[in-house]
Write a protein that binds this ligand. Sequence first.
Ligand code: HAM
Length: 417
Amino acid sequence: MITQRPKGTQDWYGPDMYKRTVIEEIARKLCRAYHIKEIITPVFEHTILFQRGVGETTDVVQKEMYTFKDKGNRSITLKPEGTAGAVRAYLENSLYAESQPTKLFYITQAFRYENPQSGRLRQHHQFGVEIFGSASPLAEIEIISLLTEFMKELGLKGVNLYINSIGCKNCRKIYNEVLLDFLKKHEHELCGTCKERMQKNPLRTLDCKVPSCHEIMKNAPRTIDYLDEECKEHFEELKSLLNEMNIAYKEDSGIVRGLDYYTKTVFEFINSEGLTLCGGGRYDNLINEIDGKLDIPAVGFGFGIERIIKELDAEGIELAAEPSVDLYVGILGKESKAAAYRLVKSLRQAGLIVETDYMDRSIKAQMKYANKIGARYTVIIGADELAAGKANIKNMDTGNQVEVDIDKINDFITICE
Ligand code: HAM
């Protein structure tokens, strides 16, 4: 037990850690170009934020939150997603008082007590963006366009965009009645949770994971058929902008999202096996629901980093290789240690990736190690080299050796690149 990590968690190291670093670098680079600023919110928040924000009748709140009492008897929850915390921070720090829109991104852990299975973890990581203050479909375009570029840079080809509109509060009122009528006809076939939810929040029955409910919901009325004029217009404008931008999408009335805050646009990026890699949409009422006063529209997405890695592997995509060690500096003799280490330090400051010996290995063992870690060049620094100010640099690929001034090693390696 003591050497076993909790179920549904992952240790990050080796190739997957490197992939994650590259993914995060691409995300950061794109956000810079889109003028989206980074935000880091606490890993835990007051439980009520998620109950109110994510929604009491969602799976996340009802079944999946890591909630506990702290020593001050406050109910605390590890964040199950990034949006509620970002909204809380936007309100608490009065970011709405600055020129709008406010565009934020985060790379965060998220915790959900789910049944660990393929693509479902209890601690996962999300790259997310939230745009506050814009009611225009161009805000959706901004994030969807960023997402398509993100996937292009990663090389992903097997992931498609599915969009839908679930309307606003007004549309929902009418839709809920129609849906409730439908659900009543099937009540005897529904699972216990759906029976409960059909009264409190019928929309949540649509994303029930129980196979028999899922089958019934395929014939449920569609939100898209009950949109009011404004929501219809918003959706039509979004689709025509997507067309003009040449962003491929499919309309799918089955996309309703599993969290309560969405209004109007909802979307998912789904792979060929039906796994959702990214989900998002508009949430024009959430700020008001949390704050009680302000009425500010918003839109955003969350992209699962573990699922990106899974998809990269499934599509056989190799990200740029991790940079290798440029030079291994072998140390010959105790008296050369400080001078050799000074050289290592100055070469690192000049920008090279340099390794040396911390294991008091023999020179033969040091060279074997240099070969093992894939060093491109090696050099041995001993009393003779230090006295002459010259050393032999060996190209580990060709085996060629060249004598170089010790203080010109950086120039030599840089030129050879
Ligand atoms: P979500 O769909 O619940 O949306 O999660 C976003 C993404 O996180 C999913 O598409 C998936 O890739 C990943 N994910 C979720 N749960 C797990 C899990 N248990 N294991 C592995 N990956 C997972 C949200 O969280 C919203 N906050 C997105 C959003 C932002 N909507 C508007 N703004």
